[in-house]
Design a protein around this ligand. Structure first.
Ligand SMILES: Cc1cc2nc3c(=O)[nH]c(=O)nc-3n(C[C@H](O)[C@H](O)[C@H](O)COP(=O)(O)O)c2cc1C
Length: 304
């Protein structure tokens, strides 16, 4: 069964990838599923130095999604390389910096240590500086990605934020700067608020952070469709993927591969299940390759 996918310099055995920040450093999920069956996994964002993350409430559940404000807690690149790096799995390392210099240093370290693929996190809404500033400004993004490109020889994905007016313009800048692929979307800026009236007073619980899960799927599909029309490099779609139908919808609007995030928290075997279900669907319905399936899905374009 031809499930493999070529992401412009990175070939994966199938298109299902575990998303950054929802799969640890690949060291937590093997008790729930066979992680080696996934196309790839993306690490939690890794910074140059360890980060403790935010110290206020970090997670807020909504009716159909999750708001997180983790603040990029991570062990730092040195500890990641010495303790967590797994070379037998297809791992994409998600990197995040507060300055251009930090991104460049991280890219240099990844290159020196033979890391095959990185995802530049240009889109985290939960830190005070860095990431999101690069992801919302075409010129800043172009400058950053092209400098990383000069230093890093492996596969480079730029991960974009939906918190912009025109995500396709940002994607074009990433493509021009030399990114091999675009991934989208990161979380949507949100406020989770819960009011309780107790003894004549309102008490409030709230989190400002990024919304993910089922609630963001339509936003993500719209973004992936616009990006796919605007660039010639592969787009990796994510946002609210739980089922095979979700995966097919992302393929239909142009995604070459998909990432699964929030679903992993409630159903930690989601990625493996999606690989199995995609394979079974292709077999049952006579699709010999993923491209055949994608072509069929895209044969009836949506009206503009
Ligand atoms: C708790 C949590 C932590 C996340 N951490 C990161 C991160 O470190 N780097 C990153 O690029 N994206 C991070 N994300 C964003 C996800 O990778 C993904 O882009 C987003 O959640 C949308 O996909 P989903 O709806 O399937 O979760 C995080 C998401 C969640 C829910």
């Amino acid at each position: 069964m031809g499930m493999n996918v070529d992401l412009n310099g990175l070939t994966l055995k199938n298109p299902v990838i575990a998303a950054s920040g929802t799969y640890g450093y690949n060291n937590e999920f093997d008790v729930f599923c066979d992680v080696s069956k996934l196309g790839a996994t993306v690490t939690k964002a890794i910074s140059l130095h360890p980060r403790p993350g935010n110290d206020w409430q970090r997670i807020f559940e909504t009716d159909c999604g999750l708001i997180n404000s983790i603040g990029l807690e991570n062990v730092g690149i040195e500890k990641y390389l010495s303790t967590y790096q797994l070379i037998n799995l297809s791992t994409i390392v998600n990197i995040a910096g507060s300055t251009v210099e930090e991104y460049l240093e991280l890219a240099k370290i990844c290159d020196k240590n033979g890391i095959k693929a990185i995802e530049l996190n240009l889109s985290c809404p939960n830190v005070k500086c860095g990431c999101l500033e690069f992801g919302t400004d075409e010129e800043a993004l172009y400058g950053l990605v092209s400098r990383v490109r000069e230093i890093y020889s492996g596969h480079l994905t730029s991960k974009l934020t939906p918190n912009v007016t025109s995500i396709e313009k940002i994607a074009i800048a990433a493509e021009k700067a030399g990114a091999n692929a675009i991934s989208a979307i990161n979380t949507v800026k949100a406020l989770g608020l819960k009011l309780n009236y107790i003894n004549g007073e309102f008490k409030k619980e709230y989190v400002r952070g990024g919304l993910s899960g089922k609630a963001v799927k339509p936003v993500a599909l719209g973004a992936v469709e616009r990006i796919s029309k605007a660039v010639n490099i592969p787009v990796i779609g994510m946002g609210g993927i739980y089922t095979l139908e979700d995966v097919l919808e992302f393929f239909a609007v142009g995604a070459e591969a998909v990432q699964v995030g929030t679903a992993n928290f409630t159903h930690p075997d989601t990625c493996e299940r999606l690989v199995d279900e995609l394979e079974a669907f292709m077999q049952t319905n006579g699709f010999a390759t993923l491209d055949e399936l994608k072509n069929k899905l895209r044969a009836l374009p949506l009206a503009p």
